[in-house]
Design a protein around this ligand. Structure first.
Ligand code: DP6
Length: 361
């Protein structure tokens, strides 16, 4: 598929009654990180993620009749209230996809969205938000024009659209593991959209991700700003090479069920991401002292107990602790009694391997 496969149709007659669609779409956690972009939201390196299960956005998109054609007309609601800040980002995004969905300027739009997790909880809310919205756009488009009835095509088109809103969002369309970015290690992979990783050992379908919230505040440097700091970064070339190798090696580990390689690569990627932030021109640091304490302790506990635990980090201070379901009891004891103390239970979000978006209306 190429860019030109995604151009759209106009309504030839006005719509006379409102039409709506609703999707739930999950967030994802990157195991090989997307860090640095070029052109129109294209990644400089391949990335590989696991789709989550419990952390998702539910979005309802309604198109209402409109007398005249013009700019995007959007009424945006987030968790029951109008939210001008989010609404502005969404309007800009919708404006940017009017070539693909020309009917967007022929209707009035209403979007109602909510998350199952707190905003700025260290879970990529833009990934679930833009993937849910992209699915709403693509399935309303399919309903209006009777196209794209094959589920795989819908997901791929939605992945392409989601990418334009937020890069990491394009990986949330698929169950389990997804790769975004062209790599020789996975046939069919592309910079334009993500693809599903088909060959996965069943043990990796039992992965759990407990997010230890170190700080719930909005981060000082956004991911979008962080990506910009990769332009002219002294280690940029080496990073692309490393990400390609980590993607290839992780794909192989996922295929054969190699937990030790998985652990090594996942932690290497988390450390690399944060090192790249610190070593950029105008370096910055998103880890907090508590982040460092927890990740050091996770590494110690792995040595001491022999449990298959590891950590990853997003572009923020919160720690994602990854482990396998069969060790849940032992790991959870460590989380509660060691990593965080009993009185800090509200700092935890328990999530796991997920099966992808669901149409709910
Ligand atoms: C560290 O997808 O949030 O989470 O494309 O500018 O919206 P934009 O950035 P975003 O970047 C995510 C960066 C990351 C790594 C990852 O998810 O791969």
């Amino acid at each position: 598929m190429t860019n030109s496969d995604f151009t759209g149709f106009r309504l030839t007659t006005a719509i006379h009654q409102e039409v709506s669609v609703s999707w739930q779409s999950p967030s994802n956690i990157a195991l090989v990180k997307y860090w640095g972009k070029t052109g129109q939201q294209l990644p400089v390196n391949p990335s590989l993620s696991m789709t989550l299960s419990k952390a998702y956005t539910q979005t309802k998109l309604t198109a209402l009749p409109r007398a005249t054609e013009g700019e995007i007309e959007l009424d945006f609601w987030f968790e029951g209230s109008q939210n001008p800040a989010f609404g502005h980002r969404i309007s800009n995004f919708l404006q940017s996809v009017t070539q693909i969905f020309p009917w967007l300027v022929q209707v009035n739009l209403k979007i109602e969205s909510q998350n199952t997790f707190p905003h700025s909880a260290g879970i990529a809310s833009s990934a679930s938000a833009f993937s849910a919205l992209a699915l709403c756009l693509c399935s309303l488009d399919a309903d209006l024009f009777g196209i794209l009835h094959v589920e795989n095509e819908l997901r791929t088109k939605a992945s392409y659209i989601a990418r334009l809103g937020s890069g990491s969002a394009c990986r949330s369309l698929f169950p389990g593991f997804a790769v975004w970015g062209a790599t020789k290690a996975l046939s069919g992979s592309s910079n334009l959209f993500a693809v599903s990783v088909a060959e996965t050992h069943p043990v990796f379908e039992t992965l759990c991700d407990t997010i230890i919230l170190v700080n719930k505040k909005e981060k000082l440097i956004s991911s979008s700003e962080g990506h910009k700091r990769m332009i002219g970064h002294p280690f940029a070339q080496a990073r692309v090479k490393q990400a390609k190798k980590n993607t290839a090696d992780l794909l192989e580990a996922l295929k054969i069920g190699d937990k030790q390689t998985f652990i090594r690569i996942v932690e290497n990627e988390a450390f690399t991401l944060h090192s790249l932030m610190m070593t950029s021109d105008q370096g910055f640091m998103l880890m907090l002292p508590e982040t460092v304490r927890i990740i050091a302790r996770i590494q110690e506990l792995r040595q001491e107990t022999g449990l298959d635990i590891c950590f990853t980090l997003d572009a923020g201070p919160n720690v994602h602790l990854l482990y396998f379901k069969e060790q849940f009891e032992q790991v959870n004891k460590l989380i509660v009694e060691d990593l965080v103390k009993n009185d800090k239970q509200n700092m935890l979000i328990y999530d796991s391997f997920g099966f992808g978006p669901v149409k709910v209306g």
